[in-house]
Design a protein around this ligand. Structure first.
Ligand SMILES: Cc1cc2nc3c(=O)[nH]c(=O)nc-3n(C[C@H](O)[C@H](O)[C@H](O)COP(=O)(O)OP(=O)(O)OC[C@H]3O[C@@H](n4cnc5c(N)ncnc54)[C@H](O)[C@@H]3O)c2cc1C
Length: 465
């Protein structure tokens, strides 16, 4: 990359619009550590600047990595190992442009934080539904580019289902204005869908229009222990029967994770004295008080012999405490040795079958491995982590590969996916190849090539170009 190229970028971006040298370190570092190089982190503050930066990169055949909050968990938003690329940070494009309560829509630049849209929508008595632990640092452009899931999917769908329109800078610098706020538009291919979940490989999302939902400000949750894991689906069914569309989340928490969270964060309150290998966390939400409904779920759970022990949140503080515990189930903060990870999606009816079979497979390979599971049960999404013993021992890598292979194949045999909501990035690229037929993989490659024939957009992620 010539000095002239870098100077051209700086001129377009202005003095506050770029970083270099030591200041780029954090942009090259994700949860797995530092990787790659960058001549410059571009921090444009208009779509036109994004377009100009892309045009210069395309003319010089330089790779571009779109970056939002860099909270992804699949190595998606930094340059490939030993490679250099311009990082295009959306951090300065952080304006909420408009909220339209009549149409229940919100329009914003892609660098806004997820939480900023949640808060702004709430002030207007509306709900922006994407929500997960990284809400304060993940950006809406990143949320769309990964099709983020989280805790509200069961009731409102993934981020994809919230997107009505978008503006995108294409890999040749052209600007596509698809900022429509329509619920219906069958005027041809729905191009915005291609960019949702594209992980920065097809273009740079600069603005978005989302649909909002009525703000169901009343929440009440139940935190309970089941009489056995075989009752998991029965309790989900009961919660659906009792709550109907007021059931907004049904989560599974590992006992090990709850203990680790309570130890690490002393401000968290222990919800139940009794300890268990598993807990369920069920939430109902509505405009009106939902306590009575949760009480019914509580009572009927015991009557049906499904619940062994449970508590309900009695006030906002207790409600927040339960969900803060849920947010802290992230395994990387508790285990420092090698983690084997699956973001499993299976048909909901097959969750317990998956859990039993996967445990058997892992134990066949290593009896002592720690199995750490948390999940959005209502969506059939299980975050499955195995921590084998013996890192550094001869044969350890081989053991890990065998476990990966067996559990991947189990997931596929159940009609599932190993990339439910976190996406693919660099981390799952080679494993996801085996989930796709040649026909499907080739369609994806052709699509990528149509948008980005030079292969400059986020190389090394999602699929081989
Ligand atoms: C504590 C914690 C909890 C989490 N919980 C969940 C969860 O429950 N569910 C879930 O789905 N995820 C979860 N995540 C993962 C992460 O927050 C999401 O993947 C999020 O959507 C990433 O947003 P980001 O702005 O950080 O994007 P980044 O990490 O910066 O980028 C992600 C990908 O999107 C691309 N990209 C970013 N911005 C743009 C843009 N404007 N245009 C085009 N491409 C772009 C990047 O190139 C990259 O490929 C969690 C992460 C953490 C740290």
């Amino acid at each position: 990359m010539s000095q002239k190229f870098v100077e051209q970028l700086k001129e377009i971006l202005g003095p506050n619009g770029w970083l270099e040298g030591e200041d780029t370190e954090s942009y090259l570092t994700d949860m797995f550590g530092k990787q790659g190089e960058t001549p410059l982190v571009a921090r444009p503050d208009t779509t036109e600047q994004v377009s100009e930066v892309v045009k210069i990169c395309a003319a010089n055949n330089v790779a571009i990595i779109p970056q939002g909050g860099n909270t992804n968990v699949c190595r998606m938003a930094i340059p490939p190992e030993n490679k250099s690329a311009v990082i295009l940070s959306m951090a300065r494009m952080n304006k909420i442009i408009d909220i339209d309560p009549e149409c229940s829509t919100i329009t914003a630049e892609a660098g806004c934080f997820v939480q900023s849209l949640q808060d702004y929508a709430r002030e207007h008595n509306r709900l922006f539904s994407p929500d997960w632990g990284a809400r304060g640092s993940a950006m809406i452009g990143g949320a769309v580019a990964t099709n983020g899931g989280g805790q509200n999917v069961f009731r409102y769908g993934t981020t994809r289902e919230q997107v009505l329109g978008m503006e995108v800078v294409l890999p040749d610098g052209q600007i596509w204005d698809g900022m429509r706020a329509l619920r219906k538009d069958n005027s041809g291919y729905d191009l915005k869908q291609l960019f949702i979940g594209s992980e920065g490989t097809l273009g740079i999302i600069t603005k978005l229009v989302f649909k909002l939902h009525p703000n169901q400000g009343q929440h009440c949750s139940l935190f309970g222990i089941l009489t056995g894991m075989s009752e998991l689906m029965n309790y989900l069914e009961l919660a659906q029967k009792v709550g109907g569309d007021k059931l907004t989340a049904f989560e599974l928490l590992p006992g090990l994770g709850v203990e680790k969270a309570l130890n690490r964060y002393p401000a968290l309150q222990r919800p139940l004295d009794q300890k268990s290998d598993w807990y369920v966390l069920v939430r109902f939400s509505d405009w009106e008080n939902v306590e009575e409904l949760v009480t019914t779920l509580f009572e009927q759970g015991f009557e049906a012999g499904i619940l062994a022990n449970a508590v309900m949140s009695q006030n906002l503080e207790q409600e927040n405490n339960l969900w803060e515990i849920r947010d802290q189930m992230i395994p990387t903060q508790y285990f420092k040795s090698r983690l084997l990870k699956w973001d499993v999606s299976v048909p909901i009816s097959k969750i317990t079958h998956f859990l039993d079979s996967a445990e058997n497979l892992v134990r066949e390979h290593q009896q002592a491995a720690i199995i750490y599971v948390t999940g959005h049960v209502g969506d059939g999404n299980i975050h499955y982590t195995v921590i084998p013993e013996g890192e550094g021992d001869p044969g350890f890598d081989e053991l890990c590969n065998r476990i990966y292979q067996d559990v991947d194949e189990l997931v596929w045999s159940l009609g599932g996916s190993i990339a439910a909501e976190h996406g693919v990035g660099q981390l799952l690229k080679s494993r996801v190849r085996n989930q796709k037929s040649d026909v499907e993989y080739s369609m994806m490659q052709q699509l990528r090539h149509i948008f980005d024939p030079q292969g400059i957009m986020n190389p090394g992620k999602l699929i081989d170009s």
